[in-house]
Every structure is written in C-alpha cells, then in structure tokens.
Design a binder for this molecule. Structure first.
Ligand code: GDP
Ligand code: PGA
Ligand code: MN
Length: 584
C-alpha cells in the first residue's frame, strides 16, 4: 500500500503531468517564504507597494476587471447523482466536468511555477479541524492562503499522519470568463478551479473547501459547516456567551464579529471577542451543547464601508501587513475606499479617479489580513475543542417586513427561520445587486448538496440529550418611509445581542407573536440611543397581511425542494401560517 505521503506526492505528480509547470514549489508557510513571494510580485507588478510609512507591509493587488467576485453560474457541485446536488446547485456529471476542466488545465502552467500549499482549516491540534492541499500557479493565492489558513509544514505533518485531505487544483488560466469553472467533487473530496484569481473562487480553503465540500462531509459525519461568524460577548460579570450568526456575503458578518460596544456598555464593562467572521464548523459536545471552531486564520473582508465609525477594529487590523484587492489609492499612496475620509486619486482599475466611472474602490474590494492583528481576537479561537454556542442568528438585507429581531419558539421553528431567509443580493457575487432572493441559512451559494437533505440534517440535531442554542432572526436593514435604515446598526447591534443572551439565560420573557418571540416593553436597552418611539415601533412591527403573503411565498419556496423537503418543515410552515390567520 502506498504510504500516506505517497498519496499526496502521487496526486501532485498527476497535477504536474497535466499542467506541465516549469517548476514545483512546496510551500513551508514561513514568513521568509511569504516575503520572497511578495518581492517577486512587486517586481512583476502583481502587487503594488502602498505607503509603507502609514501602512507598513501593505500591498495592493488589482485584479482583472472581469474577475472581481464569485461566479455562481460557473460554480458546480458535481455529485454522481444529479438529485444529490439539488435545485440549489448548478450540476454537471463528474466525468464530463473533469473532462471539460482538465482540457483547460492541459499545459496551463507551462513556463510557470506550481505551488503546493498544504493547509489546515481550524486549530492545528483540533479534532474538528480538517486539512487540504491547494495546488496553484498564483503567488497571490499563496500569499492569501498564508494569511487565511494555517499553511505549511505543520499542516503537511498532520496530512502525513491522517492520510486524508481535500485536493484543490487551481490555475488563474487566462482570466477569461468564457474559460472559467469552479468545480466541486464532494464524493472525491476534490475541487478544481480554473480561470479566476478572486478570493471565493481561488482561495480554495475558504468557500470551496470549508463550506461546499465540508458541508457535505459534515452531513455524513454529524456536524455542521456553516456560513457564520462567531463572536463572544462578555458581560460586566465576566461571563462570555458565544453567538454564531449566518448572514449572506456582504450583509454584516465581519462587522458584527468585531463590533465595538456602545458607550454605556463600554462604561459598564462589556467586551466583545472575535472568534471568526465568515465560517463556523460546529459539532455537539459530550454535554449536548454545540461547540464551534473558526476554520480560518484570517479575514477576507469587504473594504467599502469599513471606517472608524463602523468597524474600528477592522480598520486597526488592516493598518499593517495587509493585502488589499481592488481598492483605490490616495495622492500619498494610501489605500482608499468609499466610507473613508480623504480623496482617491487612482481608482481600483488604476485609472485617474473620475466619479463618472463609478465608485473609486470596487464595491467588492477586499482586505486580507491575519486574524491575530484584530484587537478583539479571542484566545478561544485557538481552543481545539471550540467554543460553546448560546445563540444561533439568521439574518439578511430585508428593507421591509422582517422585524429587528425575533426568536424561534423551538429548534424546528428555528430551522424554518433559517430556511426561509431572504436577502437582497450584493456585489459579492456577479449579477444584479439589490434583488430579493431566498438564501437559506446564507448557504445558497455554498451548500454542497440538496437543500432538502440539508434542512433534514439541521432538524436531526434536535435529539434526546441535546442542549441546543436558541435561534433568532435579525434584520439590521429595515428601511423607513424616508428610505433610510431604521436601525443604527453596527455597535448598537450589541443591544440586540444582549436581549438574545438574556433570553437564553431566561432573564427576560419576550412577547409571543405568530411569527416568533419579540422583545417585550423595555427589554431592549436603548439608553444613549437617539431612536424615537415611532421608529422603534416600526422596527418591531408585525404586519399580519404582509406576513401571510410571506409565509405563502416561503411555502412555495420550500416545495421547490420536494420530494426531499422534510415533512416536519412543511408542517412547521403550515403551523406559522395558521397562527397568522388566527391572529388576523
Ligand atoms: P460580510 O461580507 O457578511 O462579512 O459583511 P461586512 O461585515 O463586510 O459588511 C458588508 C457591508 O454591510 C458593509 O458595507 C458594512 O458597512 C455594511 N453593514 C455591516 N453591518 C451593518 C449594520 O449593522 N447596519 C448597516 N446599515 N450596514 C451594515
Ligand atoms: P463574504 O465572503 O462576502 O461572505 O465575506 C467572501 C466571498 O464572497 O468570497
Ligand atoms: Mn466578511
């Protein structure tokens, strides 16, 4: 039998035979290696040096203008049986998919270096962590993977010990959208990505492995791989509760995970600890609670809107040793985007800034930074056993109807809330922005199998001995008649988190409504906030007629997953619909 190391070498040799690189570099993950790559990318123009006085160790990468976001229509989940991919995924038969993409890979690395990147998703000694190896011809990808994952020698040692790893083959190819595919083969634990250098398409440890492949793996192994931030909320008594929250891309995960408490809370001694900003792997512990790890080691955050007022911690984190992608620059060569003070002189494509060309920074411009640079980085993020989760939160961009916060009456209702999630689309994926679409558990682009089976998997966690977190739904994005957000959001979201924790601890009773439990009179702490009564009432309003229409739309949506839609979920939708009718 081939040794475990040989299995890895064999696969690397196969990939090299197909792509025919001039040389192969095995990444050790060292700082020296990173610096060498940076120097090489500065020399060939892949990276541009930013102002090293104000931003030491910071560089700018300008991507191809047609390669700035995830491409959902080119992202495939290739199960042998089409039904297993579900209507939520694009599918191609594995043999056909391999043939199509291998034809593109054929000789694509000629004259270039092939990098072999062993990485570990999660603390290197965690039983919840999983390893992978990405092969790529992009030094930009290597540098980003070094920041985003535990990459290099330690991961390779774990792979050699365990034998199993996710295989990811990537090439930037010609960066031609007509020659671009992001393919997943869950049954083979493998990913093939061609023709894009963009984060979600090219940093294969992230969405491809930690969500699409891992969600499928998690189903068979009894855990959950979710598109969730993880944040620790420490109250003045020194008790910390961990909350996991699923919002679609560019809907506030990074911001919530690093929020700064409002002034009154700070005075009282509240603290917020960042465990993760995008992905959460969780599994029931011996005590029946769900324990979560953040599989990542860095943040790949949306730059626009990140400011001292909205996300001071992110801004602090990215003041040094950060890779910026598609941001603008100022006259003194500092990175710039909409929401920052100062003026851009060069836009994200390197042109002199002209407002007629649109925003200076691309709306999906990003920063890549080590999580260790975040002032609120939690030491529990390194804990191999993970952190116990007290509350699970779902939410999206809903300009109307959805209240600021509501709580599910039980787990089944919580799964319905997650499945029913909707949100306006954002610039994180190509296509129209601001269109309402269903995005169950914020996993529409990331669930590696049939949503009907996924809902059933979620429901299966409700079993004897389980001590499940309470489930909530939030909406920071409800708008008033004036078209402005009703809720101030950002740091003030802690007020809503405190209510959730009070609910989890049984300290407040809430008010039952047909759609769930809402905060009772005086239960949301609003002191120090300029929010008039009328706006608060609007934020917590339950419009019965609007909700009846919503429930019928949810019912229709759920039926699109029949015959795999769990009957329990169908009945739960019917229960809420009836409760609304009875209350009309
Ligand atoms: P992620 O992609 O889910 O991590 O989302 P981010 O945290 O990067 O936020 C995406 C965008 O939503 C940014 O422009 C933020 O400024 C904005 N945003 C985040 N949180 C809030 C909030 O509480 N209220 C409002 N109005 N906007 C927010
Ligand atoms: P995010 O993810 O927007 O959820 O942070 C990055 C991506 O879309 O690739
Ligand atoms: Mn984010």
């Amino acid at each position: 039998m081939a040794s475990k190391l040989e299995a890895l070498e064999q696969w690397v040799n196969q990939a090299a035979a197909l792509t025919r690189p001039a040389q192969i570099h095995w990444c050790d993950g060292s700082d020296a290696e990173y610096q060498t790559l940076v120097q090489q990318m500065l020399a060939d123009g892949t990276l541009i040096e930013l102002n090293q006085q104000t931003h030491p160790g910071c560089y700018l990468h300008r991507s191809h203008p047609s390669d700035v976001a995830r491409v959902e229509q080119l992202t495939l989940v290739c199960h042998p049986d089409k039904d297993d991919a579900g209507p939520n995924n694009h599918w191609m038969a594995p043999a056909e998919a391999h043939a199509k993409i291998d034809a593109l890979f054929d000789g694509c690395m000629e004259g270039r270096t092939m990098y072999v990147i062993p990485y570990c998703m999660g603390p290197i000694d965690s039983p919840l962590a999983r390893c992978g190896v990405e092969i790529t011809d992009s030094p930009y990808v290597v540098a980003n993977m070094k920041i985003m994952t535990r990459m290099g020698a330690a991961a390779q040692a774990r792979i050699e010990r365990e034998g199993s790893f996710v295989k990811g083959l990537h090439s930037v190819g010609e960066l031609d959208p007509a020659r671009r595919w992001i393919m997943h083969f869950p049954a083979e634990l493998s990913i093939k990505s061609y023709g894009s250098g963009y984060g979600g398409n090219a940093l294969l440890g992230k969405k491809c492995h930690a969500l699409r492949i891992a969600s499928h793996q998690a189903r068979s192994e009894g855990w959950l791989a979710e598109h969730m931030l993880i944040v620790g909320i420490e109250n003045p008594r020194g008790e910390t509760h961990y909350v996991a929250a699923a919002f679609p891309s560019a809907c506030g995960k990074t911001n919530l995970s690093m929020l700064i408490p409002p002034e009154g809370y700070l005075r009282d001694g509240w603290k917020v600890w960042t465990v993760g900003d995008d992905i959460c792997w969780m599994r029931p512990g011996a005590d029946g609670r769900l324990y979560a790890i953040n599989p990542e080691a860095g943040f790949f955050g949306v730059a626009p809107g990140t400011s001292d007022a909205t996300n001071h911690n992110a801004l602090k984190s990215i003041s040094h040793d950060t890779i910026f992608t598609n941001v603008a620059v100022t006259a003194d060569n500092q990175p710039w985007w909409e929401g920052l003070p100062g003026t851009p002189v060069t836009d994200w494509q390197g042109r002199p800034y002209d407002p007629a060309n649109g925003p200076a920074a691309h709306p999906n411009s990003r920063f890549t930074v080590s999580a260790k640079q975040c002032p609120t980085w939690s030491e529990m993020a390194e804990a191999p056993q993970g952190v116990p989760i007290s509350a699970i939160v779902f939410g999206g961009r809903r300009p109307s109807l959805l209240p600021l916060v509501m709580e599910a009456r039980d787990w089944t209702h919580g799964v319905l809330m997650g499945a029913a999630m909707g949100s306006e689309t954002t610039a994180a994926a190509t296509g129209a922005v601001g269109v309402l679409r269903r995005d169950s558990m914020a996993m529409k682009p990331f669930c590696g199998y049939h949503y009907g089976d996924y809902f059933a998997h979620w429901l299966s966690f409700d079993r004897p001995g389980a001590k499940l977190p309470k489930v909530f739904h939030v909406n920071w994005f409800r708008k008033g008649a004036d078209g402005k957000f009703l809720w101030p959001g950002f740091g003030d979201n802690l007020r809503v988190l405190e209510w959730m924790i009070n609910r989890a601890e049984g300290r407040v009773s809430g008010v039952e409504t047909p759609i769930g439990i809402l905060p009772g009179e005086g239960e949301l702490k609003l002191d120090g906030l300029k929010l008039d009564r009328a706006r608060l009432d609007e934020l917590l309003d339950v419009d019965n007629a609007g909700w009846q229409a919503e429930l019928s739309a949810i019912g229709e949506y759920l039926e699109s997953f029949a015959p795999r839609l769990p009957e329990r979920l169908r009945q739960e939708q019917q229960r809420v619909a009836r409760a609304l009718e009875d209350d009309a």
